[in-house]
Design a protein around this ligand. Structure first.
Ligand SMILES: Cc1cc2nc3c(=O)[nH]c(=O)nc-3n(C[C@H](O)[C@H](O)[C@H](O)COP(=O)(O)OP(=O)(O)OC[C@H]3O[C@@H](n4cnc5c(N)ncnc54)[C@H](O)[C@@H]3O)c2cc1C
Length: 436
């Protein structure tokens, strides 16, 4: 403290979601003397955590690697994940009273199967560490006032002045933990990007990630509620095609389910960049058209009277088999032995390369994450401190990192929070080393 301006806080955390709460806890654990406060615009903390994982909160995954994420440099993502790997995350949750168990695809959930357990434990831990939690306190602007060294030359640190209603709060360190644009009704409405920009940062263009997709036409409406194992391949002009396999759910508006959510960010991003993009569905993965046809030929040699709807129905739900056959101009009761060679070949190709008439993403209101955000190139990877404003840190979804479905986005929140907390303690130890 140099007495030049009133500083009520050491660390002001803007946003009290997963990343903001964890940053407060890790920072307070590392340096108990820091005066830390969280400011959140929402009336209560944790709205997004409470709806996560179907209300059960998929806290992390058994195995998390940089390849589970998109956005900024994978080297930076790898480094941040290494500061708080999964084993340490599990230990951290144990310490704050949340035991986790593993489910399908390595997903880790609280033993209570209630997201509330996670929210309550984080708030309790922060409160016990004397973190001030101030809800209903939306930060509308941040000003940075630089300090000069005694020689009056180098700009090395400063104070952040946060505008909250009619009040101005000052702090040595500001942490932007405001999330992105996904599910804006929880309070994450992109306001944090404006704060970041006002402090000199740029924002990589954003789009909805992990969102359902809307389809044109009426084919999907009759299939609403049907789920099937599907491989989706996205082809974007100038890029290598990408295939993802998983469950696809047909809905009244189009398609959803894990495989759709995972591929949606690539579709939205391509559209954002004005690129031509198509997605094809393969209903018989891992077979391609030629191998599916070969399988049918072998089958037909022994079972020529087998009906096509029954044959497809061995792999697909009956309603879907029938709709696909009808749409391809093949009567569902056609016997496989009676299917002409050309038609058989065309059908096998259609069922493994089914063009999906995608109109749009269902958007941020239904997205689990935001792709895009503050570029990692503007942040120090070892501390998540801004390269532009000393004392400014970024954590969680506001950064240009988005994970696939399965606990990866929360792991990014925990690991980025831990990394920033390291940076914050280092910031203050360097500051006190300078005699302040
Ligand atoms: C429906 C749904 C289900 C999900 N399920 C999972 C899951 O099971 N596993 C998983 O890993 N991920 C899941 N996610 C993603 C995960 O929830 C997010 O990636 C994560 O919560 C991001 O945390 P964050 O703290 O960065 O941002 P947020 O959780 O978005 O928190 C940001 C906070 O900042 C506050 N805020 C914003 N602007 C201001 C401002 N100007 N002033 C003050 N406060 C402000 C907001 O009110 C909010 O509380 C899910 C997301 C959704 C929408």
């Amino acid at each position: 403290m140099n007495g030049q301006s009133p500083r009520e806080l050491d660390v002001a955390i803007i946003g009290g979601g997963a990343a903001g709460l964890a940053t407060a806890i890790f920072s307070a654990q590392a340096a108990s003397n820091l005066r830390i406060a969280i400011f959140d615009g929402a009336a209560k903390l944790g709205a997004k955590i409470l709806v996560s994982g179907g209300g059960r909160c998929n806290v992390t995954n058994k195995i998390v690697v940089a390849a589970d994420y998109w956005g900024g440099s994978s080297n930076v993502i790898r480094r941040v994940l290494s500061f708080l790997p999964v084993a340490e995350t599990v230990r951290f949750f144990q310490e704050i009273g949340v035991e986790l168990h593993e489910e399908e695809h390595g997903k880790l959930f609280p033993n209570s199967n209630k997201a509330r357990t996670v929210v309550d434990a984080l708030i309790r831990a922060a409160t016990q560490l004397n973190v001030q939690i101030r809800c209903g306190r939306r930060v509308t602007a941040i000003m940075w006032e630089s300090e000069r060294s005694e020689s009056g030359q180098a700009e090395r640190a400063g104070a952040f002045h946060l505008q909250i209603a009619n009040e101005t709060i000052s702090a040595h360190v500001a942490v932007l933990a405001t999330g992105g644009l996904s599910l804006p009704k929880t309070g994450s409405d992109g306001g944090g990007y404006l704060l970041a920009k006002s402090l000199g940062h740029s924002i990589s263009p954003t789009c909805a990630g992990l969102a359902p997709l809307l389809l044109d036409g009426a084919f999907h409406t009759a299939l609403s509620g049907i789920a099937c194992d599907t491989e989706l391949t996205i082809t974007i002009t100038g890029e290598k095609p990408l295939s993802i396999r998983g469950m696809m759910l047909w809905t009244h508006f189009g398609i959803s389910g894990p495989v759709v959510l995972n591929i949606s960010r690539h579709w939205s991003r391509a559209r954002l960049q004005g690129k031509h993009v198509v997605i094809h569905a393969n209903f018989f993965p891992p077979l391609d058209g030629a191998s599916l046809e070969r399988r049918w030929i072998e089958f037909a040699a022994k079972n020529p009277r087998r009906r096509m709807d029954a044959l497809l129905g061995e792999t697909l739900p009956a309603r879907l088999s029938e709709a696909l056959l009808t749409s391809c101009g093949v009567a569902p009761n056609t016997q496989i032995g009676n299917l002409a060679r050309d038609r058989r070949r065309r059908l096998a190709r259609q069922l493994t390369q089914w063009g999906l008439p995608i109109r749009d993403s269902r958007g941020y209101a239904y997205a689990e994450v935001t792709a895009g955000g503050v570029p990692l190139s503007e942040i120090d990877p070892g501390t998540l401190q801004s390269r532009i404003r000393p004392g400014l840190f970024f954590v969680g979804e506001i950064l240009d990192v988005d994970g696939r479905l399965g606990g990866f986005n929360f792991q990014w929140a925990w690991s980025s929070a831990f990394t920033a907390a390291r940076g914050i303690t280092r910031f203050f130890s360097q500051k006190s080393g300078l005699g302040e």
